[in-house]
Design a protein around this ligand. Structure first.
Ligand code: GTP
Length: 344
């Protein structure tokens, strides 16, 4: 009962996943545990590591630098478990066993697999216990996701975005502090993971509403949301519905050029899509690196300033906050100068 209470006491999926592995580690000690997300496509599936527990140390996807996906030796066994939708026992190295449990969502689809590496084959009742715990995880995750998602588009909502930006700001400031304390070489930061936030707004959306009606406007919002979250971003990049016809994309890219390239790809993909009745739907995007700002609203405010500039200067374009400041086209309004990292 304590373990159930522990699993269901968190509202953050990464903490929930850590808590799941902590519970399983307590129930079945001295075993390695790995939890993978499964994304099913028409003829294949993709696996990405969500969390692992080795020697009772638990790491989850909110510490991406520490996650080391190493399922290559096990991919066939993982695929077999996914294909049959049932537990799979595979002989591992040194007489160990790899036991793979699929986890099902509310539609009965496999959305995750748990891998337990152990030297003991679990009894039938142990297996049932693991399945029951996975059901608690899956049910509770779908509850959390409901509160985090926008009803119209199914994208993450604004509240979830604020939490995510806060996490990124703290993580980036910690990394920066560590690098300063471990080395004087400022060039090292150019190799660190960088996060970029873009605010995307549909151009002249009022005209679409006025000409075709609010319901049709809603359809356009849904289609834009689908285009953004399908093809044009990577698996671990996130898309949010920020307000009416405004979206936010939070992505990882090693430098500003790559980030601008991705935002432009999103803009082009939408402008090239054939929307029923409409000739073309264009969007404007303003973006900024998530680093050194005081709060989520500062980050969004800076991207919004770049977006405003894009709207005032022809729409259907991507603008970088840093570049606009550097070129003197817009001026700082917040206290923290971009690029001057203030540790907090
Ligand atoms: N259908 C629909 N319309 C919405 C929703 N939320 C906001 N809107 C409408 O979106 C329109 C936004 O218009 P504006 O902010 O004036 O901007 P715009 O026409 O998109 O023009 P620019 O942004 O300057 O290119 C308003 O008419 C809102 O009523 C929604 O959820 N569904």
């Amino acid at each position: 009962m304590d373990n159930l209470a522990e699993i269901t006491s968190h509202h953050d999926r990464h903490v929930l996943e850590k808590s799941l592995l902590k519970t399983l580690n307590e129930l079945f000690p001295a075993q390695d545990l790995r939890l993978f997300r499964v994304r099913q496509h028409a003829d294949n599936h993709e696996l990405s590591l969500l969390a692992f527990c080795v020697n009772s140390v638990i790491v989850s996807a909110d510490e991406p630098a520490k996650l080391q996906p190493s399922q290559s030796d096990l991919s066939e066994a993982l695929s077999r478990a996914i294909a049959k939708g049932d537990v799979e026992l595979a002989a591992g190295k040194n007489g160990d066993w790899n036991i793979i449990y699929p986890a099902f969502d509310s539609h009965g689809d496999i959305f995750a697999v748990l891998l337990i590496s152990t030297n003991l084959v679990p009894s039938a009742s142990d297996q049932r216990l693991v399945y029951s715990i996975l059901r608690v995880y899956s049910n509770y995750l779908s509850l959390i996701e409901k509160t985090q998602k926008d009803k119209l588009t199914g994208l993450y909502n604004r509240e979830t975005l604020d939490n995510e930006i806060t996490k990124v700001l703290v993580r980036q400031s910690d990394h920066f502090a560590q690098e300063i304390s471990s080395s004087n070489d400022s060039r090292r930061r150019s190799f660190a993971i960088k996060y970029w936030l873009g605010v995307l707004d549909i151009d002249h959306f009022k005209v679409i509403n006025d000409s075709y009606g609010h319901l049709y406007g809603d359809e356009v919002i849904i289609l834009v949301a689908r285009l953004m979250s399908s093809g044009c971003i990577r698996d671990d990049d996130l898309v949010y519905r920020y307000g009416g016809e405004e979206f936010v994309v939070l992505l990882k890219a090693p430098n500003e050029e790559d980030a601008a390239h991705t935002f432009n790809r999103i803009r082009e993909m939408i402008s090239e899509h054939e929307f029923p009745q409409l000739k073309q739907v264009t969007t404007s995007i303003g973006f900024v690196e998530v680093l050194g700002q005081q709060s989520p609203s500062d980050v969004i405010g800076q991207a919004d300033e770049a977006l405003y500039y894009a709207k005032q200067n022809g729409r259907n374009q991507v603008q970088s906050y840093r570049e606009l400041i550097e070129q003197g086209k817009i001026h700082h309004t917040s206290q923290v100068a971009h690029g001057d990292v203030e540790l907090f």
